[in-house]
Design a protein. Structure first.
Length: 201
């Protein structure tokens, strides 16, 4: 089967080959060639490690197949992006989904992993269950400041309201240091560190 280009961004191109997704990092012509190659390999390796650790921890995400230089092969997650389907859900369905995302985020933080861009575009809903994708900006850290940034991204998307509260409830349920991370996020909000999210009625 011929590979199909399904997405193209500033950092990478995404191909589909049957039931496999192939992510290839783009060359940066403005960088030194050897430095660029080293950076692309290093970041690809880190993303592969993140996928493997998440999958082994039971966090819903693609299964890593192989890391090959500046490309990564992983299983495909069927379904639709949260950004495309979430508004069509009932309030009850939104709250349930948000709670699962909170527990999913708790699982990542529990293994010392921050996603870096946990936006609705990087969450796929399949059979009512959220799956996280695209670990290109991930970071292995236990620093609460970084973890608070993951919460800030979801707050910007969900806003103030019951749905975001459901996410925090799921996060608190799954991560023992959740209270400290949420406190850091609140302090950062008070200091104007993040752009404000939309306010739900």
């Amino acid at each position: 089967m011929r590979m199909e280009l399904i997405a193209k961004g500033a950092e990478a191109q995404i191909y589909r080959d049957g039931d496999v997704i192939i992510k290839v990092r783009n060359e940066k012509k403005y960088r030194n060639e050897s430095l660029d190659a080293s950076l692309r390999r290093g970041r690809t390796k880190k993303e592969g490690t993140a996928l493997r650790k998440c999958y082994e921890a039971g966090i819903p995400c693609p299964e890593l197949i192989a890391v090959e230089g500046d490309s990564i092969r992983m299983s495909i997650i069927p379904g639709e992006r949260m950004s495309e389907t979430f508004n069509g859900l009932t309030q009850k369905e939104k709250d349930k989904c948000a709670g699962m995302i909170g527990r999913m985020l708790a699982g990542m933080h529990s293994i010392g992993l921050c996603h870096g861009d946990l936006a609705p575009t990087n969450i796929i809903i399949y059979r009512g269950k959220p799956h996280v994708i695209d670990f290109g900006l991930c970071e292995f850290t236990t620093y609460h400041e970084k973890m608070a940034a993951d919460i800030a991204v979801m707050h910007k998307s969900l806003g103030d309201g019951q749905t975001f509260k459901s996410l925090l409830d799921g996060y608190i349920e799954g991560y023992k240091e959740a209270g400290q991370v949420i406190a850091r996020w609140k302090r950062n909000c008070e200091r104007g560190r993040y752009k404000k999210g939309k306010r739900q009625k």
